[in-house]
Design a protein around this ligand. Structure first.
Ligand code: ATP
Length: 238
């Protein structure tokens, strides 16, 4: 059974077509990168999977059910996520855990996200990398089977990125399924089992990084060729 699936999904916002017939399936245990230029429709995919918006046409399923049905089994990091500034890291992780039926112990969440020694700090006193790790901690609190991460490492330095993915890998080793968006092609190649390239609301490629690189070029070349020159990349937006 696919853990995540979009079938012939269209999403329109008035005159704007955000998604124009997307088919995407993610199996249990996979780590899949969603790549695409600005405005490609990546965030829209996450919003649909979380049930925050509904498709204009097509079907979206998470863990075999409509989005939202199994929300306790899904953890998410969204670009738009805001954090209360005066609450401490420990308090926030505790609060979020209370929303889940079987949360991970707070101490374990903090240890997994390397935040144990930041537990008493308020959100205002965190660095950018620590803030991202806090968002990951909140996403992990419910011991989710599925992680939906929309540009989770944007603005992180190289070392923080490595730490971040090492932490995510712990969840993957325990069976979690991950869909993440990134603009970093090296990261996609290094982290993902499969790369899905989307532009103008359409899937242009869906393959393991190695297969995309089979022609000998690097992922950046493949990405630019797909997104700038493919006929499928033209005219999807109304
Ligand atoms: P980025 O890499 O810049 O974050 P993205 O791939 O995540 O982009 P989306 O945010 O999914 O792209 O947006 C896809 C298209 O849908 C864009 O043209 C965007 O302007 C439009 N769009 C997204 N949300 C809305 C909305 N609520 N109302 C109107 N248009 C929207």
């Amino acid at each position: 059974m696919d853990v995540l699936s979009l079938t012939a999904v269209h999403k329109r916002y008035g005159a704007t077509t955000a998604l124009a017939g997307v088919d995407l399936a993610v199996e249990r245990g996979e780590v899949v990168a969603l790549l695409g230029p600005n405005g490609a429709g990546k965030t829209t995919v996450f919003e649909l999977l979380l049930g925050l918006v509904r498709p204009s046409a097509g079907r979206v399923e998470v863990l075999g059910a409509p989005p939202g049905r199994h929300r306790h089994r899904v953890g998410a990091m969204l670009q738009s996520a805001g954090l209360p500034e005066q609450v401490t890291v420990g308090e926030l992780v505790t609060l979020v855990g209370r929303a889940y039926p079987r949360p991970l112990p707070v101490a374990e969440v903090l240890a997994r996200t390397a935040l144990t020694d930041r537990a008493r700090r308020t959100v205002t006193a965190l660095s950018g990398g620590e803030r991202q790790r806090l968002l990951l901690a909140m996403a992990l609190s419910g011991a989710p089977e599925v992680l939906l991460l929309d540009e989770p490492t944007a603005a992180l330095d190289v070392a923080s990125r490595r730490t971040f993915w090492r932490l995510v890998r712990t969840s993957v080793a325990e069976g979690a399924t991950v869909l993440f968006a990134t603009h970093d092609l090296i990261e996609a190649e290094a982290v993902a089992d499969r790369v899905v390239v989307i532009a103008r609301g359409q899937v242009l490629a869906d393959a393991p990084p190695r297969a995309l690189l089979a022609g000998g070029s690097d992922l950046e070349d493949v990405f630019l060729t797909l997104t700038e020159e493919s006929p499928a990349a033209e005219g999807a937006r109304s």
